[in-house]
Design a protein around this ligand. Structure first.
Ligand SMILES: Cc1cc2nc3c(=O)[nH]c(=O)nc-3n(C[C@H](O)[C@H](O)[C@H](O)COP(=O)(O)OP(=O)(O)OC[C@H]3O[C@@H](n4cnc5c(N)ncnc54)[C@H](O)[C@@H]3O)c2cc1C
Length: 330
């Protein structure tokens, strides 16, 4: 029986742990994490599915993983828990002034994808738009999904330890396999200096009249994404900034940009300001490394680190996609 430690209880760690239990029912899986929901990066994210900007990760992998995630969300949405998990099918409009936008990875997965006409682009009144699309896809609120995944993991016999791991090698004697899902902290935990924070600040407001997501990749990229109980307004994408406190100038930038998109937001009640650190990397890291440690059996370390490359107009990647990739490791 393999003893597997999953380090990290964000959306990647929890979904990886659940996938491992399914793939290897005999494995004894333990999640070890310093923080759990509601204190992980996903807890403030809107949770819109659309794999953008996955850097140099091969397109076929992005397509395969993201389709698997879409199927997973569809499956959950079709259960009695769909609503409780904050899963909704959402109409989305996405516009850009960036000619290099590549939607190959996802346009065949979402529902009803179509390219906007020039007339429709002009009607947005956003200057310099070159391209736009409309489609319907899933939103899944991580703050609701994470407790569900943890519960599902425990019900299948998974163990949970709340603890900071300073060095993965310290797990050598208790585990055969370690799956590293520490998000941006992989920069420190495993010394992967390619992993860097992409700081994101958002506002959560009350605006039940908004039921349509709008993403603009122009300027720094404003977006308005409705969840069940609030609407997430974004956002910032500051590379190499580790500060988790809201900046007043960012609040102003988000508020003014989103109010231009939806004037009704001027009346919306602010519920919360929130900052998270996206794990940025030039490409997804999903690989196996064998670490030989003197005086013990080799430790197999499986890395799952999400790619969120900051290109000209970075947009969050839907990271659940990556956790589904775990099946290609086992
Ligand atoms: C503002 C904002 C908006 C976003 N919007 C979206 C969106 O709409 N759609 C989307 O798909 N994505 C979105 N994202 C991105 C997404 O939220 C993150 O990429 C994702 O949550 C990262 O998950 P993770 O599990 O890799 O990392 P994390 O959630 O950061 O989890 C890391 C886990 O590892 C643990 N850990 C770290 N170091 C150690 C250690 N040394 N020992 C033990 N445990 C450790 C932590 O406690 C934590 O539990 C957004 C992000 C931000 C910031």
């Amino acid at each position: 029986m393999a003893r597997v430690a999953v380090v990290g209880a964000g959306v990647i760690g929890l979904s990886a742990a659940v996938c491992i239990q399914k793939l290897e029912p005999t494995a004894q899986v333990t999640i070890i994490s310093e923080e759990f929901s509601p204190h992980t990066t996903g807890d403030g994210a809107a949770g819109l599915w659309t794999p953008f900007l996955v850097g140099s990760t091969p397109l076929d992998k992005v397509k395969k993983w993201s389709k698997a995630t879409h199927d997973f969300l569809l499956e959950l949405w079709n259960t009695e828990n769909g609503g409780k998990l904050g899963i909704m099918l959402l109409p989305v409009t996405r516009v850009t002034s960036d000619d290099s936008l590549n939607d190959e990875a996802w346009k065949d997965t979402v529902f009803g994808y179509r390219v906007l006409t020039k007339k429709e682009l002009a009607a947005t009144e956003i200057p310099d738009l070159t391209y736009g699309t409309k489609f319907v896809t899933f939103i899944c609120e991580p703050a609701k999904l994470l407790p569900y995944l943890l519960q599902r993991f425990k019900e299948k016999g998974g163990k949970v330890i709340k603890q900071r791991v300073s060095d993965l090698k310290t797990l050598q004697h208790e585990f055969d396999i370690v799956v590293n899902c520490t998000g941006v902290q992989a920069h420190h935990v495993v010394g992967d200096k390619k992993v860097k924070p992409i700081r994101g600040q958002v506002l959560k407001v009350e605006a039940p009249e908004i039921s349509h997501a709008f993403l603009s990749d122009c300027e720094d990229g404003h977006y308005v994404i409705p969840n069940q109980d609030s609407v997430t307004l974004g956002g910032t994408h500051q590379e190499n900034d580790w500060n988790r406190n809201p900046y007043p100038e960012d609040t102003k930038f988000i508020k003014e940009g989103c109010e231009k998109l939806y004037p009704t937001l001027k009346q919306a009640k602010l519920v919360r300001e929130w900052v998270g650190l996206r794990p940025g990397r030039e490409s997804v890291r999903l690989e196996l490394e064998i670490i030989n440690i003197p005086g013990g059996a080799p430790l197999k370390v499986k890395f799952i680190i999400v790619s969120q490359t900051l290109l000209r107009n970075n947009t969050p990647t839907f990271d659940l996609v990556i956790a589904k990739g775990v099946k290609y490791l086992f």
